[in-house]
Design a protein around this ligand. Structure first.
Ligand SMILES: NC(=O)c1ccc[n+]([C@@H]2O[C@H](COP(=O)([O-])OP(=O)(O)OC[C@H]3O[C@@H](n4cnc5c(N)ncnc54)[C@H](O)[C@@H]3O)[C@@H](O)[C@H]2O)c1
Length: 465
């Protein structure tokens, strides 16, 4: 028997070894490998565009990791990825990659409307998964992904790297220690600017972006058929069929931080106003946004964003009866998580007259390294599927409120059945049943505690989106 086959174990053995007997781990892959600390982790990448290449460079900086295969519908991405991983096999169709037995884990950085398909197919193929945020394009898809991950034993990390920051650990501790007191209000904002005439997010179309070089039907992924459109393909973020706009591109990062620090379930209601006010270039998704989310337990979270003024950068303020937690960054620091003055706590003297101001000191963790560590140790990473689910639902509630021009209230979860033939149709997102949830308990458990032994590695990222 080869070394690899010896390490291929069945479900019973895995449960016995991991001590997880009794847990709902019913879809274990019979071919899943258990990796030792020194075994090489063999990766697949689905979606090798801007973010996919960044994830790849983060991954390849870590020890004992190699890229075995890439799936991307655009041949240009094959060439770009081959410059850093010349031996990687390249496919257009992600299912070819998922058939490979020598892929242990998959990084997904495809456009939002493909996330659920890539998530569900990866789990079904028995691979561990790092999927970019937002976890899905719609609420029914989020339910399908949550259910699939819960039925399996696969490690899932969502690319919500702000929950791996030291600021997250510090803020969570202050809240848990009681020095923030009762929180009824959280303010958050994100603001950017570009030279007028150059719309935020708009990317030039490369000359080789042609119908011959792009497998357009795979990109459409069940969206209404239309002739090949290079601008839509490169600039998918601007269109609702493929994107959730700035809510799913950026608010979701800040929500993961706020919801994690305060251990919040999905909101009970969402309100959103705004419009395409500054970037009048044919885009559908709004550039100016004001969101209000009502959470159980008497809490309102607000988030505002603009693409035509960057003075106040981005940040969050958790306003408690006994103190304030503030985290403020520059306008382009969403991806890096860099802070302007660290995360800080200031006491409310009326309730904590002897309290002192504190600046957070915890080190950031590397979000990708956290995923790999959990793949090897079969542990829950910092942003598991439950975090992906709750933040995706909150984000989609806001977009639904905007698109329906009415408050959107929490729907009764109705787990959507997934068939490999396709993901739920775009129309199903707006036809969810509406009923108000009153319990403070989350249907999906609580946020994972930050790893106590935060490593000194810095969260490494650099993207402009
Ligand atoms: N966590 C973060 O900080 C962060 C930062 C930037 C982007 N992102 C996320 O990463 C994702 C990708 O963003 P991007 O800017 O790299 O987009 P992109 O358009 O540059 O890259 C997407 C890639 O996916 C490919 N693709 C499209 N459909 C596909 C399919 N069906 N199968 C395989 N490949 C397909 C495209 O050819 C392209 O190369 C988005 O979800 C975005 O929100 C996250």
């Amino acid at each position: 028997m080869t070394q690899r086959r010896k390490k291929t174990i069945g479900r019973r053995q895995f449960l016995a070894r991991s001590g997880a007997a009794g847990a709902a781990l019913w879809a274990l892959s019979p071919t899943a490998r258990v990796l030792g600390a020194n075994d090489r982790l063999r990766l697949g990448l689905i979606g090798g565009g801007a973010r996919g290449q960044e994830l790849l460079s983060q991954a390849l900086k870590l020890p004992n990791v190699e890229l075995v295969a890439l799936a991307d519908v655009y041949t240009r991405r094959h060439d770009e990825v081959h410059r850093v991983a010349p031996a990687a096999r390249a496919f257009r169709d992600h299912r070819r990659l998922l058939e490979l037995k020598d892929v242990d884990a998959v990084l997904v950085a495809s456009p939002l409307h493909c996330h659920a398909r890539h998530f569900l197919d990866t789990i079904a193929a028995g691979k561990d998964l790092y999927s970019e945020k937002t976890m899905t394009w719609s609420i029914p898809e989020a339910e399908a992904c949550l259910a699939a991950a819960k039925r399996s034993d696969r490690v899932v990390q969502i690319g919500l790297q702000h929950v791996s920051t030291g600021a997250f650990a510090d803020a969570r501790k202050w809240v848990a220690d009681g020095v923030v007191g009762k929180v009824t209000s959280v303010e958050s904002w994100m603001s950017r600017n570009t030279p007028r005439g150059h719309g935020q997010w708009v990317r030039p179309v490369p000359p080789d972006c042609t119908a011959d070089n792009v497998q357009w039907d795979l990109f459409l992924n069940g969206r209404p058929a239309r002739p090949f459109d290079a601008f839509r393909f490169i600039n998918w973020r601007l269109f609702w069929e493929y994107s959730g706009g700035n809510i799913t591109e950026n608010m979701v990062h800040q929500l993961s931080w706020i919801m994690g620090v305060l251990d919040l379930p999905v909101p009970v209601a969402a309100y959103m106003s705004g419009g395409v006010f500054s970037e009048k270039d044919g885009r559908e998704v709004p550039d100016t946004i004001a969101v209000t989310l009502d959470f159980p337990g008497d809490l309102v979270v607000s988030w505002q964003s603009t693409f035509s003024n960057s003075r106040y950068g981005l940040g969050e303020r958790i306003l408690g009866s006994h103190g304030t937690v503030e985290r403020v960054s520059g306008s382009t620091d969403m991806v890096t998580g860099r802070l302007m003055s660290g995360v800080r706590y200031d006491p409310e003297k009326v309730n904590r007259p002897d309290g002192a101001a504190v600046v957070g000191e915890s080190a950031d963790q590397d979000h990708m390294a956290n995923f790999f560590d959990c793949v090897r140790a079969r542990k829950t990473p910092n942003a598991p599927v439950e975090v992906g689910y709750r933040t995706a639902v909150a984000a989609h509630m806001a977009n639904l409120a905007y698109r329906q021009k009415a408050p959107h209230q929490t729907s009764t979860p109705s787990v959507v059945k997934y068939t490999p033939a396709g993901v739920p149709s775009p129309a199903s997102a707006s036809s969810m049943p509406i009923s108000r949830r009153s319990s403070r308990r989350s249907p999906t458990g609580s946020f994972p505690r930050p790893t106590p032994s935060a490593r000194k590695r810095r969260a490494s990222t650099s993207s402009s989106m």
